[in-house]
Design a protein. Sequence first.
Length: 674
Amino acid sequence: MQNIIGIDIGGTFTDFVSYDPKTGEIHNWKNLTTPAEPIDGVLEGLERVEDVKKLDKLRLGTTIATNALLTRRGAKVAYVTTSGFRDVPFIQRGDRRSHYDITWIKTKPLVARRNCHEVSERLSAKGEVVEALDEAAVRALAQKIKAQGDIEAIAICTLFSYIDPAHEMRVRDIFAEVLPDTPISISYDVLPKWKEYDRASTTIADAYLKPIVSDNFRRMQKRLDGIGIGGKVGVIKSNGGEATLDGAAAAPVQMTLSGPTGAVVATRALSRLTGINNIVTFDMGGTSTDCSTVVDGMEHVTTSFEIEWGIPIQVPMIDIHTIGAGGGSIAWIDKGGMLRVGPQSAGAAPGPACYGRGGENATVTDANVVLGRINPDYFLGGKMKLDAAAAHRAVGKVAKALNIEPDAAAYAMVQIANNNMLGALRAVLLQRGLDPRDFTLLASGGAGPVHVCDLMEIAGIPKGLVPNYPGQFSAFGFIMTDARVDRHRTVQQTSKYFDATRATAAMTELANSAVAELTQYGYTQGIEVYRSIEARYLGQNHELELSFPGNEFNDETIADLWERFHAEHEARFGFAIPGETIETVNLKVVAISVSEKPEMKTLAKGSGKPEPRGTRRVRYEEGWHEVPVFNREDFKDGDKVQGPAVVEENASVTILRPEQNLVVDRFGNLLIAS
């Protein structure tokens, strides 16, 4: 096992988790994020490591790509496509965000129309050449773009290139000759799947990110080289897998949801460790809240993601629903005199008022200080003292505007924040046909445990779980992850006319390509390959994913595939149509280089009745309670606590409601039930 550190760069804090295989010890700590240059906060945090050069691996989750997309601060892109299709990024889809809002304006793509260009070439839907590529015209276009002088990246997406990429690759090669220093993205590398708009949008996003991600990674590499660990760095992709800095820079669209994936990876590991099969994650940090699910011990990977409404990015990523609600979410009064919370955030600078860094707006963290939920003298285990008076002043302004008592205003702020997060939980449960009563709510992030017991109550989720290291849970997930490469390709066929040779060749190529990418970047140990197929009844609009045992399609494996499709359709939708034509749409391959994982230590057996370290007043719905305060470090296996109670730890605090109880399992996880 390697000596490893996982680092999650969040909007407010940068989290660190280290594992030393010699001692088996896991340590965790936090450092305020430095938004202007995130690597500064990383290096400050690494100063706590005794000898950083002895590290074997550093895994980093970063929001560089996420922030560039959300703030639209990416590269100036030139888009090149087949003649007659330059307006695909602007036509988008036929749906509208709001059918009856006449003021609604369609979301703008990541490219300007004046920078969209056409080239003479055309393939048929079967990959046949309808019009040969006009190479002279392509070269002239490349010269024109070069003369323009302000284009920073090129995105190339030609019609039906996912069937035969020859034209698209030749266009790329010509542009590379004329513009050797300009990064180029082609759809066959980024997303070789059908649906022209989705493919174009994803390819444009990849080009949009390449210069900024490459530049950031170069600076990061240089700074880490300076302390002797530049060659030991891996970054986390949106699929939860590790990649090298060079590998991630070559496909930056894979970094769209880097940071939040760690909590889901850690939840999957915890599910397998504890035997809790169905978990809904609730990762509440300072700026945002991320929700996802682990069902039957597995996370859900999706390609249905939009950075803004109508702007899809269809690379494989862990299915995470994110909202702008965190400890730093700011309270404000709308034009109707109603109290609102978020999505605006105080972030790390200046942060909540109680941080004493110049913030004056009341935030959720300030409200929790006023309510007695957060001890201002024990924030981050006492390493960061909070200014309780500043929190009371900030919340007092909100209370005055509403003409209510400060504690009532603080409690209202917390309730509104909880209801905002309830919407995120419903999005990943009820909207996907999942029953909350079948799940355990796992709270992570520094603010997650503060709110988990309230959310269990309002969401109808009967059980809760606060894991070890909740405040650094994503960083913990990074030390538990593996290197991973996903490959997808559209190969449309039907059960009536299925070409086994063509399907076998495509699946083999995908598997070989995925394994080759792993080995190219040095991931050679424990490689496992998983294959699957997306299929549907002919004429349907959505596909079911079915696992496939190997590369080879033969009479036996094909017959089994059709049989399993009918069975899966019956299980998912309540009916099947035996004898109906089935259409295969996409082939999928996942290649994983499995790394060693830290072993979780178990606790000594406890008496079942831990002693609190003191008491304090905490505000609940019905009023103030004098509640016992426990320190998590004192807990042992089997210890039980009856609410109301407070459980403090270095990076968070759990607020147990009066009707709830808590049990400590043998690994130290806090299991909550009503």
